[in-house]
Design a protein around this ligand. Structure first.
Ligand code: 5GP
Ligand code: ZN
Length: 138
């Protein structure tokens, strides 16, 4: 399994740094976030070290995503969560602070105090949206 010597999440998987483990299988590891946004905030990571969404092996991404779905369902059952956010940050500009791919599974509760990172407005500039779509289509 690929590991990075300076990566705290690789150290957590290896048991060199303690964590509150929730689940583990051949390719994924699930543990509680040390600084939870809400009650039950968990992190799902691939065991194979990779930096972010642009580098993760598609099979590992599939395994992590399916595991996140399981954890989201569990959160709704055991915490009676009213909803769940899945969050992935890719790059420091997008708030990534640990550079081992992870999916946050954040149970949500009515009036839990979290705020949206943006509020949908009246719609953007149609030409700019069309140009961005064209750029993505290539
Ligand atoms: P990011 O900001 O990269 O999307 O998320 C990194 C997350 O890892 C943060 O929510 C942070 O609280 C969590 N975290 C950082 N270091 C540790 C640690 O040593 N143990 C655990 N359990 N979580 C950590
Ligand atoms: Zn790592």
């Amino acid at each position: 399994m690929a590991t990075e010597t300076d990566c705290i999440f690789c150290k957590i998987i290896a048991g060199e740094i303690p964590s509150t483990k929730v689940a583990e299988d051949d390719s994924t590891y699930v543990f509680m976030d040390i600084n939870p946004a809400t009650r039950g905030h968990a992190l799902v990571i691939p065991k194979r070290h990779t930096q972010d969404i642009t580098t993760i092996d598609p099979a590992d991404l599939a395994a992590v995503t399916v595991k996140a779905q399981e954890i989201a369902k569990r959160a709704k059952e055991v915490f009676a969560a009213d909803g769940v956010n899945l969050l992935n940050c890719c790059g420091s500009a997008a708030w990534q602070t640990v550079f081992h791919f992870h999916l946050h599974v954040i149970p949500r509760y009515v009036d839990d105090g979290l705020i949206e990172p943006w509020k949908p407005g009246q719609g953007g500039d149609a030409d700019v949206i069309a140009a961005a779509g064209a750029a993505l289509r290539g």
